[in-house]
Design a protein around this ligand. Structure first.
Ligand SMILES: [Zn+2]
Length: 219
Protein backbone atom coordinates (compact mmCIF):
# COMPACT_ATOMS: atom_id res chain seq x y z
CA UNK A 1 0.00 0.00 0.00
CA UNK A 2 1.23 3.50 -0.77
CA UNK A 3 1.16 5.86 2.20
CA UNK A 4 1.89 9.56 2.04
CA UNK A 5 1.94 12.72 4.13
CA UNK A 6 2.33 16.35 3.15
CA UNK A 7 5.13 18.32 4.76
CA UNK A 8 6.01 21.97 4.50
CA UNK A 9 9.55 22.66 3.45
CA UNK A 10 11.35 25.99 3.39
CA UNK A 11 13.14 26.81 0.15
CA UNK A 12 16.90 27.10 0.78
CA UNK A 13 17.09 30.06 -1.61
CA UNK A 14 14.03 32.29 -0.97
CA UNK A 15 12.82 30.74 2.33
CA UNK A 16 9.27 30.43 0.99
CA UNK A 17 7.44 27.38 2.43
CA UNK A 18 5.85 24.95 0.00
CA UNK A 19 3.99 21.70 0.53
CA UNK A 20 5.77 18.49 -0.41
CA UNK A 21 4.36 14.97 -0.52
CA UNK A 22 6.52 12.37 1.19
CA UNK A 23 5.98 8.63 0.84
CA UNK A 24 6.29 6.39 3.88
CA UNK A 25 5.68 3.45 1.62
CA UNK A 26 5.41 3.00 -2.12
CA UNK A 27 3.65 0.12 -3.81
CA UNK A 28 5.19 0.08 -7.28
CA UNK A 29 2.85 -2.59 -8.59
CA UNK A 30 -0.33 -0.76 -7.65
CA UNK A 31 1.16 2.65 -8.52
CA UNK A 32 3.49 2.09 -11.48
CA UNK A 33 3.66 5.86 -12.10
CA UNK A 34 5.60 6.21 -8.86
CA UNK A 35 8.15 3.66 -10.01
CA UNK A 36 8.79 5.70 -13.14
CA UNK A 37 9.12 8.89 -11.09
CA UNK A 38 11.75 7.21 -8.94
CA UNK A 39 13.68 6.04 -11.99
CA UNK A 40 13.54 9.61 -13.35
CA UNK A 41 14.87 10.94 -10.00
CA UNK A 42 11.68 13.06 -9.71
CA UNK A 43 9.77 11.55 -6.79
CA UNK A 44 12.16 12.93 -4.18
CA UNK A 45 12.54 16.32 -5.80
CA UNK A 46 11.02 19.32 -4.16
CA UNK A 47 10.29 22.39 -6.27
CA UNK A 48 9.81 25.74 -4.54
CA UNK A 49 6.43 27.16 -5.56
CA UNK A 50 7.80 30.68 -5.31
CA UNK A 51 11.15 30.60 -7.15
CA UNK A 52 11.13 27.12 -8.70
CA UNK A 53 14.40 26.06 -7.08
CA UNK A 54 14.63 22.23 -7.09
CA UNK A 55 16.07 20.32 -4.18
CA UNK A 56 16.47 16.60 -3.52
CA UNK A 57 14.77 15.61 -0.27
CA UNK A 58 15.94 12.28 1.13
CA UNK A 59 13.83 10.51 3.71
CA UNK A 60 13.18 6.98 4.89
CA UNK A 61 10.78 4.99 2.75
CA UNK A 62 9.74 1.44 1.99
CA UNK A 63 9.49 0.43 -1.65
CA UNK A 64 7.48 -2.65 -2.53
CA UNK A 65 7.46 -4.23 -6.01
CA UNK A 66 5.06 -7.18 -5.79
CA UNK A 67 5.57 -8.21 -9.39
CA UNK A 68 9.34 -8.47 -9.12
CA UNK A 69 9.24 -9.64 -5.50
CA UNK A 70 11.24 -6.86 -3.95
CA UNK A 71 10.85 -5.19 -0.57
CA UNK A 72 13.41 -2.41 -0.43
CA UNK A 73 13.98 -0.19 2.57
CA UNK A 74 15.74 3.09 1.99
CA UNK A 75 17.30 4.72 5.05
CA UNK A 76 19.29 7.85 4.15
CA UNK A 77 21.82 7.47 6.96
CA UNK A 78 22.65 4.23 8.71
CA UNK A 79 24.68 4.54 11.91
CA UNK A 80 24.81 0.93 12.86
CA UNK A 81 23.83 -1.79 10.42
CA UNK A 82 23.13 -4.26 13.23
CA UNK A 83 20.81 -1.89 15.01
CA UNK A 84 18.99 -0.87 11.85
CA UNK A 85 18.75 -4.43 10.69
CA UNK A 86 16.95 -5.38 13.88
CA UNK A 87 14.53 -2.45 13.59
CA UNK A 88 13.87 -3.19 9.93
CA UNK A 89 13.34 -6.87 10.47
CA UNK A 90 10.47 -5.86 12.75
CA UNK A 91 9.08 -3.58 10.07
CA UNK A 92 9.48 -6.25 7.39
CA UNK A 93 7.65 -8.80 9.49
CA UNK A 94 4.77 -6.39 10.17
CA UNK A 95 4.44 -5.71 6.47
CA UNK A 96 4.53 -9.40 5.65
CA UNK A 97 1.57 -9.86 7.95
CA UNK A 98 -0.49 -6.91 6.73
CA UNK A 99 0.23 -7.18 3.02
CA UNK A 100 0.20 -10.96 3.13
CA UNK A 101 -3.37 -10.91 4.43
CA UNK A 102 -4.49 -8.19 2.08
CA UNK A 103 -3.11 -9.59 -1.16
CA UNK A 104 -2.76 -13.23 -0.13
CA UNK A 105 0.84 -12.73 -0.94
CA UNK A 106 3.47 -15.25 0.04
CA UNK A 107 6.88 -13.77 0.80
CA UNK A 108 8.90 -16.98 0.50
CA UNK A 109 10.86 -16.01 -2.55
CA UNK A 110 11.00 -12.30 -1.83
CA UNK A 111 14.14 -10.23 -1.89
CA UNK A 112 14.46 -8.02 1.20
CA UNK A 113 17.02 -5.27 0.82
CA UNK A 114 18.23 -2.21 2.71
CA UNK A 115 20.05 0.71 1.07
CA UNK A 116 21.34 3.96 2.53
CA UNK A 117 21.87 6.23 -0.44
CA UNK A 118 19.52 7.50 -3.11
CA UNK A 119 21.67 6.30 -6.00
CA UNK A 120 21.64 2.70 -4.75
CA UNK A 121 17.94 2.96 -4.06
CA UNK A 122 17.17 4.00 -7.63
CA UNK A 123 19.64 1.45 -8.98
CA UNK A 124 17.90 -1.43 -7.18
CA UNK A 125 14.48 -0.22 -8.34
CA UNK A 126 15.77 -0.40 -11.92
CA UNK A 127 17.53 -3.75 -11.55
CA UNK A 128 14.40 -5.47 -10.27
CA UNK A 129 12.17 -3.59 -12.70
CA UNK A 130 14.29 -5.12 -15.46
CA UNK A 131 13.77 -8.56 -13.93
CA UNK A 132 17.42 -9.04 -12.94
CA UNK A 133 18.92 -10.37 -9.72
CA UNK A 134 20.78 -7.53 -7.94
CA UNK A 135 23.34 -9.98 -6.58
CA UNK A 136 24.40 -10.97 -10.08
CA UNK A 137 24.52 -7.33 -11.11
CA UNK A 138 26.74 -6.48 -8.12
CA UNK A 139 29.05 -9.35 -9.04
CA UNK A 140 29.21 -8.11 -12.63
CA UNK A 141 30.14 -4.63 -11.43
CA UNK A 142 32.77 -6.03 -9.11
CA UNK A 143 34.35 -8.42 -11.59
CA UNK A 144 34.04 -6.36 -14.78
CA UNK A 145 35.28 -3.12 -13.19
CA UNK A 146 38.62 -2.02 -14.63
CA UNK A 147 41.05 -2.35 -11.73
CA UNK A 148 44.18 -0.75 -13.16
CA UNK A 149 44.24 2.92 -13.98
CA UNK A 150 46.33 2.23 -17.08
CA UNK A 151 43.43 0.25 -18.57
CA UNK A 152 41.18 3.28 -18.77
CA UNK A 153 41.58 6.96 -19.53
CA UNK A 154 39.56 8.23 -16.58
CA UNK A 155 39.21 7.98 -12.82
CA UNK A 156 36.02 6.85 -11.17
CA UNK A 157 34.62 6.12 -7.72
CA UNK A 158 32.09 3.44 -8.51
CA UNK A 159 29.78 1.97 -11.16
CA UNK A 160 26.02 2.10 -11.25
CA UNK A 161 23.46 0.11 -13.28
CA UNK A 162 21.23 2.49 -15.26
CA UNK A 163 18.45 2.25 -17.77
CA UNK A 164 19.03 3.94 -21.13
CA UNK A 165 16.06 4.49 -23.37
CA UNK A 166 13.20 2.02 -23.16
CA UNK A 167 14.87 -1.32 -22.95
CA UNK A 168 18.62 -1.19 -22.73
CA UNK A 169 20.94 -0.84 -19.79
CA UNK A 170 24.46 0.24 -19.04
CA UNK A 171 26.93 0.63 -16.22
CA UNK A 172 27.79 4.25 -15.62
CA UNK A 173 31.16 5.13 -14.14
CA UNK A 174 30.64 7.84 -11.54
CA UNK A 175 33.30 10.27 -10.42
CA UNK A 176 32.42 12.99 -7.91
CA UNK A 177 28.70 12.56 -8.60
CA UNK A 178 29.11 12.84 -12.36
CA UNK A 179 28.93 10.13 -15.00
CA UNK A 180 32.32 10.06 -16.75
CA UNK A 181 31.98 6.94 -18.91
CA UNK A 182 29.74 3.97 -19.52
CA UNK A 183 29.94 0.28 -20.28
CA UNK A 184 27.20 -1.53 -22.14
CA UNK A 185 25.27 -4.05 -20.07
CA UNK A 186 24.99 -7.23 -22.11
CA UNK A 187 22.33 -9.83 -21.61
CA UNK A 188 24.82 -12.55 -22.66
CA UNK A 189 27.23 -11.46 -19.95
CA UNK A 190 24.42 -11.48 -17.40
CA UNK A 191 23.45 -15.02 -18.45
CA UNK A 192 27.08 -16.06 -18.17
CA UNK A 193 27.24 -14.75 -14.58
CA UNK A 194 23.96 -16.44 -13.85
CA UNK A 195 25.23 -19.84 -14.91
CA UNK A 196 28.54 -19.35 -13.06
CA UNK A 197 27.25 -18.01 -9.76
CA UNK A 198 23.53 -18.72 -9.35
CA UNK A 199 24.02 -21.67 -7.02
CA UNK A 200 26.56 -19.85 -4.84
CA UNK A 201 24.74 -16.65 -3.99
CA UNK A 202 24.21 -15.71 -0.34
CA UNK A 203 21.15 -13.74 0.54
CA UNK A 204 21.60 -10.56 2.55
CA UNK A 205 19.75 -7.35 3.35
CA UNK A 206 22.82 -5.48 2.17
CA UNK A 207 23.82 -6.36 -1.38
CA UNK A 208 26.54 -3.93 -2.39
CA UNK A 209 30.22 -3.81 -3.31
CA UNK A 210 31.28 -5.15 0.10
CA UNK A 211 28.88 -8.05 -0.36
CA UNK A 212 30.31 -8.78 -3.83
CA UNK A 213 33.85 -8.65 -2.44
CA UNK A 214 32.99 -11.14 0.31
CA UNK A 215 31.22 -13.37 -2.21
CA UNK A 216 34.13 -13.44 -4.65
CA UNK A 217 36.67 -14.06 -1.85
CA UNK A 218 34.78 -17.20 -0.89
CA UNK A 219 34.69 -18.75 -4.35
ZN1 LIG B 1 12.31 29.46 -3.44
Amino acid sequence: MTRTTVEFIACPVCKHQSGFTTYQSINATLDPKLKQQIIDWELFKFYCLNCGEPRLVCYETLYHDMENRLMLYYIPAIDSREQEQYRIEEIFSQIKQVEGDRYSNSFDTYNFRIVSDMESFIEKVQIFDAGYDDRLVELMKFILAPKEEEDIQFSYDHMVFTKVGDDSYQFMFIYENRAVASLKFSEEMYEHFKSEYSGLLDDSYFVDEAWAYAMVSKT
